[in-house]
Design a protein around this ligand. Structure first.
Ligand code: S3P
Length: 441
């Protein structure tokens, strides 16, 4: 695969069944929790993307062994005190905010200093949102200007905290939950709603946790210093990867796609709720439960009469990684779509709100912005025939995939840079998209 790809043709009609790789959030959580369990855990269908490989490399640096078998990864943990932090260590989280933030939680009892570093994109992101609560546990944390590198050294006098999570960030909530595992006493968390994979995994592997769910927030109580046993887990497909194919099909020409075995946890399905409000008629088939998570096959068909949406803000968190492609649907829908309170998008791997607005304007879509709210003026007959060059300046994997979907559905001649950024989350993206009839190489 060349670093710069060219797309010069719209995708033709297709009728296919596909599977996407394992969920990134769940994969990283499984690796980290298995590394602190007692015994050998087996993780099937682990996503083999760079973010997850960096998670495996990180636990290895901390003295944890893992082995790759044909169908699963085996991770051998030695319990909560099992990390070897007797010497100074550097951990490279690469592009992954989830890995960097969650592993910090597990390092609040490190004997010597552990330094967390990351790539250019990660090094621009704010880490105070996790270092502040972790410092309250008693850990010693140093970072310059709230950014990486973060140096973290534990304390023998860790104490539980009462934490108010106000952003709706699962990474912050989970970092504090993992820190609570290392801390005597009961940690109490009041968190604005966000993805709840950590809570479900804790319950599943026998970590004592109490969760009370309310309309807009969850109240969590966790008792620390209780060891837990190894576990087996089959990671379901990632709805965030699936999102690109859902939109490709929806905006395509008379096409139909079934995507098998996808995690449809309601804290992740904002995209389905939003697109169905826009008249998409996406269906779940074969719904089932797996270890507390909801899993289903997703059926989507091309749709001509999509309509604009006044997007309810309470869906923002459950669609947070999917807005780039949701905006493409808004660009093709009849009427004006309104999205509010999207400031968090600018705090991702790249400033995605700014990037999306520039992108839509470049392809001739009117967008009005007021602070973190935007209005997209849809053009149901949008067909492009110009030349478009996308410089993906922060190598954001999701900007790359969104650009490919736009090129394959709207037409025009496209040059898109940094196709290797795909490896962050979805190494098989091009393989699947070519299976649907594209010709990207
Ligand atoms: C993630 C949480 C979200 C999401 C990210 C993965 C996680 O980030 O955008 O891709 O696995 O917990 P925030 O918690 O910062 O919203």
């Amino acid at each position: 695969m060349k670093k710069q790809i060219q797309i010069e043709e719209r995708i033709k009609k297709f009728d296919k069944v596909i599977e996407v790789s394992g969920d990134k959030s769940i994969s990283i959580r499984c690796v980290l929790l298995a590394s602190q369990a007692i015994g050998k855990s087996k993780i099937y269908n682990l996503l083999e993307s760079q973010d997850v490989i960096n998670a495996l490399k990180s636990i290895k640096k901390l003295g944890i062994k893992y082995k790759k078998f044909k169908k699963y990864y085996e991770i051998s943990g030695y319990g909560l005190a099992g990390y070897n932090t007797k010497k100074k260590i550097q951990i490279n989280a690469g592009n992954s905010g989830t890995l960097a933030r969650l592993i910090m939680g597990l390092l609040i009892d490190a004997k010597k200093e552990v330094t967390i570093v990351g790539d250019n994109s990660l090094s621009r992101r704010d880490f105070s949102r996790v270092t502040e609560p972790l410092t309250c546990f008693g850990a010693n944390i140093i970072s310059k200007k709230k950014k990486l590198p973060v140096n973290i050294r534990g304390s023998d006098f860790l104490r539980p905290i009462n934490y108010e999570e106000k952003i709706g960030s699962a990474q912050c909530k989970s970092a504090v939950m993992l820190a609570a595992l290392k801390t005597p006493g009961i940690t109490k968390i009041n968190a604005k709603k966000s993805r709840n994979h950590t809570e479900l995994l804790f319950k599943e592997i026998g970590i004592p946790i109490n969760v009370k769910s309310y309309l807009n927030h969850d109240y969590i109580e966790l008792r620390g210093l209780i060891n837990f046993k190894s576990f087996n887990y089959i990671v379901p497909g990632d709805i965030s990867s699936c999102a690109f194919f859902i939109v490709l099909t929806l905006l395509g020409n008379n096409s139909k796609l079934k995507i098998k075995n996808i995690n449809i946890n309601s804290s992740r399905t904002g995209i389905i709720k939003i697109l169905n409000k826009m008249n998409a008629k996406i269906k779940y088939l074969n719904k089932r439960k797996y270890k507390g998570e909801q899993v289903a096959d997703i059926l989507v068909k091309s749709k001509k009469n999509l309509i604009g949406i006044n997007c309810p803000r309470n869906l923002n968190s459950s669609a947070i990684d999917e807005f780039l492609v949701i905006f493409l649907v808004a660009a093709k829908a009849k009427g004006i779509s309104v999205f509010k309170n999207l400031g968090e998008l600018n705090k991702k791997e790249s400033p995605r709100l700014n990037i999306a607005i520039n992108f839509l304007r470049k392809i001739g879509i009117k967008v009005k912005r007021k602070n973190d709210d935007i209005k997209i003026y849809g053009k149901p007959n949008l067909i492009l025939d110009g030349n478009y060059s996308i410089k993906n300046f922060r190598k954001d994997h999701r900007v790359l995939m969104m650009s490919c979907v736009a090129a394959l559905t709207f037409g025009g001649k496209w040059r898109i840079s940094d196709s290797d950024s795909i490896n962050t989350s979805f190494p098989t993206f091009f393989h699947i998209i070519n299976k649907l009839g594209a010709n990207i190489n």
